[in-house]
Design a binder for this molecule. Structure first.
Ligand SMILES: [Zn+2]
Length: 329
């Protein structure tokens, strides 16, 4: 197993400090046939349930992926990456995520005995830091903007392994298990509606369904307040970024944007953008049914309702993964 550059195909060791190619290309993972990642480090991952529900007269399968050990689907990626890094003898990592990815890494690193440093902007809300701190990760608060944090993490990555949920392809190797599970549970759906910021779920399910051999149409949902993938896909000028309730997908410059657009096109899918009001309404709608999700997860539900507003057909199988637990914030 090794990394290789998606542009010039140069090979790199997984355990090295390089997180992207010298040419600027992003890494992909090469695996020999039958090669598997160990699963010794476990926090009790589960095959998450699917609930069939009717939302505004549309029947959908809700995939409760927040029911993983740290409360979000990001555990799938952290599980795979941390297991591989432990096997390779990595003792310490750095990562920058104020949200679910940070919590997932902190939890799995605690289980693996790997020292974990999470870099966050200084103004990150205490609620978000609470879970990461409970896992005894070292929280490094960086003064200034999100960009300043990005600079600080790249500096730290010169010395310490960068367990990035964006750069490191091992993360997608983990999130692809979502596709296999859906396939086992209901076969290949007609549509899957996923929220996207950095695209960790989108690229994971794309990879998984590609391996299975058949793609559902992938409908990607972004927030209208921060919609760079939407703008690029629709060839529209990028509108000004504003803060959004769906902060888990508010990524201004997603590194893997071209890969994401390619995945949507390959699946004959589409992309839509939803406003905060719809996102919050969707979260409330599920709450009224006894399903408690974090606000960002409401984006996928809002996107599904909007996308199928006119073109719904009750013969369609539609899956909406719910990414994060409501208790998070
Ligand atoms: Zn390269």
């Amino acid at each position: 197993m090794h990394f290789y550059c998606s542009v010039c195909e140069k090979s790199y060791l997984i355990e090295g400090l390089d997180y992207q190619c010298a040419c600027g290309g992003l890494f992909k993972l090469h695996k020999e046939k039958g090669e598997k990642i160990t699963t010794e480090v476990s926090l009790g991952e589960v095959k998450t349930p699917m609930l069939k529900r009717t939302l505004q007269e549309k029947e959908v399968y809700l995939k409760l992926d927040y029911m993983q050990p740290t409360g979000s689907f990001k555990d799938r990626g952290a599980f795979a990456m941390v297991n591989k890094l432990r096997e390779l003898g990595i003792k310490e990592v750095v990562e920058d995520s104020s949200g679910n990815a940070g919590a997932a890494f902190a939890g799995y690193c605690a289980a693996a005995g790997i020292k974990c440093n999470i870099y966050l902007p200084e103004n990150t809300s205490p609620g978000k830091i609470k879970q990461i701190s409970a896992y005894k990760a070292n929280v490094v608060k960086v003064p200034g903007t999100r960009d300043d944090t990005a600079k600080a993490i790249l500096k730290a990555a010169e010395r310490t392994y960068y367990a990035s949920h964006v750069y490191n392809p091992l993360f997608f190797e983990g999130t692809k298990s979502l596709a296999y599970e859906i396939y086992e549970q209901i076969g290949i759906p007609d549509y899957i509606v996923v929220p996207a910021g950095n695209g960790t779920m989108l690229l994971g399910i794309y990879k998984g369904f590609k391996e299975i051999g058949q793609l559902p149409r992938i409908i990607v949902v972004q927030s209208k307040n921060c919609a760079p993938i939407f703008s690029k896909f629709k060839k529209q000028p990028v509108s000004e970024m504003k803060s959004t309730a769906a902060e888990g997908i508010a990524i201004q410059q997603p590194k893997r944007i071209d890969e994401m657009i390619e995945a949507i096109k390959d699946s004959k899918g589409d992309i839509i953008a939803v406003d905060d009001e719809e996102v919050i309404k969707a979260q409330e709608m599920l709450g009224e049914m006894g399903i408690y999700i974090e606000v960002t997860s409401g984006a996928a539900v809002a996107g599904m309702l909007q996308y199928f507003k006119d073109g719904y057909d009750n013969r369609l199988t539609i899956v909406v993964p719910l990414t994060g637990m409501g208790l998070k914030k």
